[in-house]
Design a protein around this ligand. Structure first.
Ligand code: C2E
Ligand code: CA
Ligand code: CA
Length: 276
């Protein structure tokens, strides 16, 4: 029994060691990937629930890994945060979005407002507003998606100052993943966001669960009474889309319409199906 215990211990340390080495390797690869322009921006469309028009686009980061191909953020975002480079990725995405918007305009493609995800570290960066100014973003063309836990941070004052100035630059604020974690009605009143994104954990069960349906209905009603637009995430079927429209949700985003797409695929789809 003792020998077995020891084996188990050795097995455990070996595993842990392997994990540490692989984590370190991934960390080095992330840093090299930034230098080698391996991080790319994909796009997922959002549609007006009533008219089905293309009304928004969310930009989502992907890693074009030299060996593993396209990787989603769950494979690298946590490591990027630990390495303090999540804000760098956010910035790469924003720059790409602005560049891609110019390409769309040159093609005669009208792409509406693009939403980018903003990590906590970036919102708390004192240099953020200066950086944004230097990008000469036109009012209304970009919107920032923030998760509410960002505002429970210790440097709330910097975040609040940044938020005011971001809004003054004509960048809209959206609350992401609403309905999970610490989101509260009070923060809605305080933040006065343009849009609120209802988390897919709440959206996905609405067809079968009266509880989630009631919750989504009241979120939409409250948002509306405050003049805040609602976006449903994770809309996977047309039944979901129909119910959300009946509940009064403004925008729909999910696999029922399109998955996130790279620049070429998105442009092709937009030109063929969504351009007015
Ligand atoms: P999120 O902000 O909630 O983004 C929506 C996620 O839901 C995306 O995952 C998208 O691919 C996925 N999704 C869209 N429609 C559906 C659907 O119908 N069903 C299901 N099951 N999923 C759907 P993705 O692209 O893997 O991104 C994961 C998370 O990584 C994002 O969640 C966001 O928190 C973060 N993220 C992505 N890009 C960036 C970025 O540029 N900067 C930062 N800081 N975070 C990012
Ligand atoms: Ca988001
Ligand atoms: Ca979300």
């Amino acid at each position: 029994a003792k020998a077995m215990g020891r084996n188990r211990y050795e097995f455990f340390t070996q595993n842990l060691q392997a994990e540490i080495i692989s984590h370190k390797r991934t960390a080095d690869e992330v840093l090299a990937g930034i230098d080698n322009d391996e991080f790319v921006t994909w796009y997922q469309p959002q549609f007006n629930a009533q008219t089905n028009e293309l009304t928004g686009v969310e930009a989502l980061v992907r890693w074009r890994h030299p060996h593993f191909g396209i990787l989603a953020p769950d494979r690298f975002l946590k490591i990027a945060e630990d390495l303090n480079v999540a804000a760098t990725l956010d910035h790469i995405v924003l720059q790409t979005v602005l560049k891609d918007k110019m390409r769309w305009t040159a093609m005669g493609l009208q792409v509406p407002k693009v939403s980018v995800n903003v990590s906590s570290r970036r919102l708390h960066d004192e240099g953020l507003v200066g950086t944004l100014r230097s990008l000469s973003i036109r009012p209304g063309e970009i919107s920032f998606e923030l998760v509410e836990s960002i505002f429970l941070d210790e440097h709330e004052d910097i975040a609040a100052t940044n938020l005011d100035q971001i809004k003054a630059l004509g960048i809209d604020i959206e609350i992401d993943d609403f309905g999970t974690g610490h989101t509260s009605i009070v923060s809605l009143l305080k933040l006065k966001p343009k849009r609120l994104k209802i988390d897919r954990q709440l959206v996905m069960p609405i067809l079968n669960s009266p509880q989630e349906r009631a919750l989504v209905r009241s979120i939409i009603d409250i948002a509306r009474s405050l003049g805040v637009e609602t976006v449903a995430e994770g809309v996977e079927t047309m039944q979901h889309a129909a119910l959300l429209r009946d509940l009064g949700c403004d925008l729909l985003q999910g696999y029922a319409f399109a998955r996130p797409l790279g620049f070429e695929d998105f442009t092709q789809m937009a030109l063929a199906n969504w351009a007015r």
